[in-house]
Structure formats: C-alpha cells, structure tokens
Design a protein around this ligand. Structure first.
Ligand code: NDP
Ligand code: 8X3
Length: 254
C-alpha cells in the first residue's frame, strides 16, 4: 500500500476524525483503541464510505508488551507506515495537587507519556527502514501553560512537548519529521472522561462560546501531514477564537 497512517485513540474525538480525514484523502488507515465495538464500526464505515483499507488494532497504549507484540506483527503490506498520529490520551480529574487521586496521576502519565513512547518506538523501525516518515504528537495548550488544578495533566502534556522536541532532533538523521500540535478546548468526550461521566460538569466546559471540534483538529493534522517534503510544522498551538490562552476564554453567558 502506498500511503498508510496509524492513528492511536481512533474510537472517539480527534482520533476518529483524523482516521476519517486521512481515509477521505485515500490513505489506508490503521486505527487503534481499547473499545473493540467502536473500532470495528469505524473500520466498516471507513471501508464502505471511503473505499480504502482499514486495519483495527485493539490494545491499551499503557501495555508495553501488547503495543510491541501487536504493532510488530502487523501484516507486511501494512508496515510501510508514513504517518503516525500519537493521539490516545486523557485527563482524569481536575483537583488541587494535594487532593488529587494518585491513581489518576499514574493513568495520565502512563497513557499520555509512556503510551506515546511505546507506540513511537514500536512504529519507528518501519519508518527508519523506509528512510522517511512523519510523527504527529497531540499535546495540549496545557503543555504550554499550567492552570489551577491541572497539575499532572499539564505535566504529562509538557512532557509530550519536550519529547517531541527530542524526537525531532534525534530522528533528523533518519529523515523523519516530528510535529507537535497543541489544541485548546475542543468538544469531544475528553471532559466526560475527565469528570468521570458527569455530563453536567463536562457540558459546562463548553458552555457560552464556540469551542473547536474534532474536525478542526483533523483538518490541522492533515494540513501538517500534507505539506511538501521539505516543510515541517514543528510546533502548533490552536484554539477557538473565543480562547486566548489556557485560562482566558470569553464566555458570553458567564
Ligand atoms: P476522547 O476522549 O474523545 O478520545 C480519546 C481517545 O484516546 C479514545 O479513542 C480512547 O480510546 C483513547 N485512549 C485513551 N486512553 C487509552 C489507552 N490507555 N489506550 C489506548 N487508547 C486510549 O478525547 P479527545 O479526542 O479530545 O483527545 C485526544 C487527545 O487530545 C488526548 O491526548 C487529549 O489529551 C488531547 N487533547 C484534547 C483536548 C480537548 O479539549 N478535547 C485539547 C488538547 C489536547 P479507548 O477508550 O477506546 O481506548
Ligand atoms: C485539553 C485542554 O485546557 O482542558 O488538553 O487542558 S485543557
């Protein structure tokens, strides 16, 4: 296959929108996540709507062995992955440092940082062999500015920012581009996950202004991925027009 993208966390939000966008652009798409029913539904949709091949891979990015076993054993025709979108991630809780749940901290660090490292290392041999590739890491505006009760989520995304810079330096000699995209508020299942199913709290995050949506991010990822070979967006912060930075959003009704 000519053009292949692997998108982690494709069962929802940005990841799903990215999988659909790349499929619409005639990429063969590898989709990953933990929810098999959603993965299989998306596979069907991509294959029937866009007429491209889709390979669903079921794993938890925190499970190092599963990440390596599954990615290293993908069929040969799928191995020439051009683009990796490291998107799987989450926030859990919004609490003062001294009150936050330490299991939430571990889950965020294990998913947002360590998961990204494992998937990147598992995919890289294919890109290095090809002498070309593009890794797009989804960070956050929380990587750039720390906000109250954001402590470890911000730290995990700050680590994504640092690792992206490190990858860009070290992978230069292999011809691999590295882009980090840092979105502000985007309405997805992110806040529902953060607030552990509390829809009222989740909805309040997006009330009174027009936040970004998953398609805005997928279009941005596609923009970065589709630039000429000699052009690389290194670092990109994107917010909706109502959001000035991590803490200041113009909410008309607040
Ligand atoms: P969603 O909750 O809608 O999607 C998150 C995706 O990550 C799901 O597909 C989920 O799949 C996957 N995921 C989470 N944990 C794991 C895991 N342990 N193993 C494998 N997959 C996992 O959120 P978004 O689309 O909004 O978030 C995507 C990324 O963007 C995250 O990294 C988030 O931190 C970041 N981000 C989000 C912003 C926002 O405002 N929405 C802003 C800035 C950054 P499954 O549950 O099936 O495993
Ligand atoms: C998600 C955006 O502002 O909740 O990364 O940290 S924010």
């Amino acid at each position: 296959m000519k053009n292949i993208v692997l998108v982690t966390g494709a069962t929802s939000g940005f990841g799903k929108a990215c999988a659909e966008k790349f499929a619409a652009e005639k990429y063969a798409v590898i989709i990953t996540g933990r929810r098999q029913d959603r993965l299989l539904r998306l596979q069907q949709e991509i294959e029937s709507k866009y007429g491209v091949a889709c390979l669903p891979l079921l794993f938890d990015v925190r499970d190092k062995k599963a990440v390596f076993d599954i990615i290293q054993s993908i069929p040969e025709e799928w191995q020439s992955i051009n683009i990796l979108v490291n998107n799987a991630g989450l926030a859990l809780g919004r609490d003062y440092f001294e009150e936050a749940d330490m299991d939430d901290w571990e889950t965020m660090i294990d998913t947002n940082l360590k998961g990204l490292l494992y998937v990147s290392r598992a995919v890289l041999p294919f890109m290095i062999k090809a002498g070309v590739g593009h890794i797009i890491n989804i960070g956050s505006i929380a990587a750039k500015e720390v906000y109250e009760k954001g402590n470890v989520y911000c730290a995990s995304k700050s680590a994504v920012d640092a690792v992206s810079q490190g990858m860009r330096i070290d992978l230069l000699r292999h011809g691999i581009k590295v882009t980090a995209i840092h979105p502000g508020a985007v309405e997805t299942e992110f806040s529902l996950v953060r607030f552990k199913g509390d829809a009222e709290k989740a909805d309040a995050v997006y009330a009174g202004y027009k936040p970004l949506n998953a398609k805005d991010i997928a279009d941005t990822v596609w923009y970065c991925a589709s630039l000429p070979a000699h052009v690389c967006i290194n670092d990109l912060v994107i917010t909706c027009t109502a959001q000035a930075n991590a803490t200041i959003t113009l909410k008309k009704f607040s």
